[in-house]
Each structure stands twice: as C-alpha cells, then as structure tokens.
Ligand binder design. Structure first.
Ligand code: APR
Ligand code: PHB
Length: 391
C-alpha cells in the first residue's frame, strides 16, 4: 500500500489532519490501534477555543457543533465563599469558547472522512514505524504502508515518539501530586457557566455537555481508585466543594460514566525527526485545568497541513522545517497557562501555608484587576493562530 501521509492514531489530531489534507488534495491513511466504538465513546474534555471552532467550521465539519455545542461567554472562579465571573464578552470581545465533547468532534470527523472515501483502519494495535530518515514506511498486521511522511498523532502512550532514537529528543516534564476524578451525570447543569472552585477540601469543576448532562471533576489523590469513590461519596464531595456560595445548590442525578486522569505537564522537543512529524498529545501534554489539550492538537495539525500543502504544491520544505519551532511557541504558552491555572486552584501540600497565601493573593488579583482578568480570558479563549509570529 502507498499513501502520501501515513497517520498513526485516530484521535482528534490524526482525524482532523486527514480531513484537512483531503481538502488540499493530499492523500492519507489513518491507522488506529482501537476500535471505532472505543474512540467514539471515550469521554475526554470538552472546551473548544474560538480558533478551534472557526477552523472546524471553515473545514466544513462544524454543523453538529453549531447545532449542539454550547457557546460560553464567561467562566466563574469560586473561592473564599464567593464567585467571580471572568467575562469574556467584556475582556476579550468577540471571542468565546464552545462546550462540545471531544468524542463528538471525533464522531463528526470519522463520519466525514468515511463519507469522503477516506481510509481509516481501526483495530490495528501493532503499528511500527520504519526508516524515518529516508523513504519511511509503516507496518501493521503483515501489511506495509509506504509514505512520504509519517504523522505521529497517537497520543502520549503511542508508538511514534518512542520510535525516535534515544538522545534525539529533549523532554521537559512536571508531575502533580493529585489526579482528577471525572463523572458525567444525567442532570441539568446547576449553573449556566463552568465553575472552577478552589477550597480547603480540594479543587472541583462544574462543567456540562448538554442541557441534560453535567460533567464534574474532583481533585483526588494521585493513587485514588474508582472503587474508593461510590456515588454518595462523589456527590457529598462535590456538594462540599461547590456549595460554597450563598444560594448555590447542586442538582444531582444518575452517574452515567466515571474516569480518572493523571495530571501531567510534558513536552518533547523537537516535534520532528526526519520524516516523522509529531502532533497533539504525542508531543505534549498539559494538565486539563486550562482546557488546552484538544486545542493544541488542532493548532499543530493546522500548521502541519499548511506545511505539507506547501511541500506538495511547490516542493519547498520551508514550512516543514519550521513546523516544530512554530508549534512549540504556542505549546509553551499553553504549558505555562495550564501549569498556572493548576497551581492556582488545587490544594497543594498541607504544610505549605505560604503557597496557600500566594494562591489567595493571586486569585484576588485576577478577580479584581482588569488587566489580570484579561490575561486569563485571552489565554482561556485561545490565542490567535499567528500568536508568536514576529512581523
Ligand atoms: N497505534 C495506533 N494508534 C494508537 C497507538 C498505536 N500504537 N497508540 C495510541 N493510538 C491511538 C489512540 O487509541 C487514540 O485514538 O492514537 C489516538 C490518540 O488520540 P488522543 O490521545 O486523543 O490524542 P490527540 O489526537 O493528540 O488529541 C489531543 O489532547 O488533552 C488531550 O483530551 C485531549 O485527547 C485529546 C488530546
Ligand atoms: C470538560 O468539560 O470536560 C472540561 C472543562 C474545562 C476543563 C477541563 C475539562 O478545564
């Protein structure tokens, strides 16, 4: 088999790349370890930046997102017994976020690729990458796929990044002493907007998926097990952490899904080795507090598409050569923002009253200074795609 771009992984990065390349007349094949059902049902984050929404619309895959996604024009920071709204419409006029589950984006992209005759091979767990320096190819289940370039879009635990010879990549990372327990519940959201709540018992997040489905997260110990968290305990803890302002009552309903996620910051540099280009979680991870993971993957893939389109149109490798450096400017901005949101809102070590004071002081600043609130809002709704370009 032969294609122009061999894509490993059918997450948002791999699928969107395949679709955007198709729009430019570039052929690709996507190889995915798991089943279609698995990738479509996997519950992940759900905040789309303005730029992500615009790109999905321009690429013709935004119909259901426009119909079912929930535009939000602010978020609430809740701490010290009060709620403080970060008002996007005032701080960053014209920019907002859309709450739309990542797996819905994945479903829309798969449907569109298949309708356009795209090749996505599911259930191929044994993909291997070969000859990255010259004439690269992929093997799986006794087959061989020759390609001009390989796009490693297979997430943090994928095979692409480990295929790069040792010593080539520089890795930067930070682990956090907590994890997130996430649930979906069949109950209308208790507030119209997302609530990031910081309290003595730990962080909690109120989010949603639709007018009927709420999404919640709790900061839990890093070694927590779902078995430790029966429904009553989850609701009791969510009430204790969210019902901290007068008049707010949390609506409860049946829990329909639950998951645990580790909190990690990670960057591998550069995002290219030979003819292998990494995109999305394969190259970088952020803790979910800033809601940046999916949006970073989209930004990577947008640049990779432009670079490959230039290459196939003119033979120039100019944009391919700058791909990694261009991506990393945004990646590191999002790394800082995500680390900052995380350390601002989570309960840290009990023995660190100094750190606690710093958190409170900074939260007070963000909620009382227009300039500080604007910084948060600008990063939260997403920096423009040309961020970091110097004229
Ligand atoms: N071979 C083929 N596919 C693989 C392999 C492998 N060895 N390993 C992993 N995969 C697949 C996974 O099953 C998954 O479907 O690659 C896909 C990677 O998808 P994601 O993990 O969703 O990563 P990405 O597409 O980069 O999406 C960005 O950022 O913060 C997150 O929640 C956000 O998942 C989102 C991500
Ligand atoms: C979500 O709705 O899943 C969500 C929202 C905001 C975050 C992370 C996850 O920061």
């Amino acid at each position: 088999m032969r294609t122009q771009v061999g894509i490993v992984g059918a997450g948002p990065a791999g699928l969107l790349l395949s679709h955007l390349l198709h729009l430019r007349g570039i052929d690709s094949v996507v190889l995915e370890a798991r089943s279609r059902e698995y990738v479509e049902q996997r519950v992940r984050a759900g905040v789309l930046e303005q730029g992500t929404v615009d790109l999905l619309n321009e690429a013709g895959v935004g119909d259901r997102m426009r119909a079912e996604g929930l535009p939000h024009h602010g978020i609430e920071l809740r701490y010290g017994g009060a709620g403080h709204r970060i008002a996007f419409e005032r701080l960053v006029p014209g920019r907002a976020i859309t709450v739309y589950g990542q797996q819905e984006v994945v479903k829309d992209l798969i449907a569109r690729r298949l309708a356009d005759g795209g090749r996505i091979l599911f259930d191929v767990p044994d993909v291997a990458l070969h000859s990255l320096e010259k004439d690269p190819y992929l093997t799986f289940q006794g087959e061989r796929l020759d390609c001009d370039v390989i796009a490693g879009c297979d997430g943090f635990h994928g095979v692409s990044r480990p295929s790069i010879p040792e010593g080539v990549l520089s890795v930067f990372q930070r682990d956090y002493p907590f994890a997130w327990l996430g649930i979906l519940a069949r109950v209308p959201p208790s507030s119209e907007e997302l609530i990031y709540s910081r309290g003595d018992r730990g962080f909690a997040l109120h989010s949603m998926r639709s007018p009927e489905i709420s999404r919640f997260y709790l900061q839990v110990p890093p070694d927590a097990s779902l078995d430790d968290w029966p429904d009553e305990r989850i609701w009791a803890e969510l009430r204790a952490r969210l019902e901290t302002v007068p008049g707010f009552a949390l609506a409860e309903g049946p829990i329909i899904s639950r998951d645990l996620s580790a909190m990690r910051s990670f960057v591998a540099e550069p995002m290219r080795h030979g003819n292998l280009y990494l995109a999305g979680d394969a190259a970088h991870i952020v803790p979910p507090t800033g809601a940046k993971g999916l949006n970073l993957a989209v930004a990577d893939v947008r640049l990779l598409t432009a670079a490959l389109a230039e290459f196939y149109a003119t033979g120039s490798t100019g944009l391919l050569d700058t791909y990694s450096a261009s991506c990393l400017k945004r990646v590191w901005r999002a790394q800082h923002f995500s680390w900052w949101m995380t350390t601002l809102l989570h309960t840290l070590d009990d023995d660190d009253p100094y750190g606690r004071r710093l958190q409170t002081s900074h939260l007070d600043y963000v909620t009382s200074s227009e300039a500080a609130a604007t910084t948060l809002a600008e990063n939260y709704v997403g920096l423009p795609f040309d961020f970091g370009d110097h004229p």
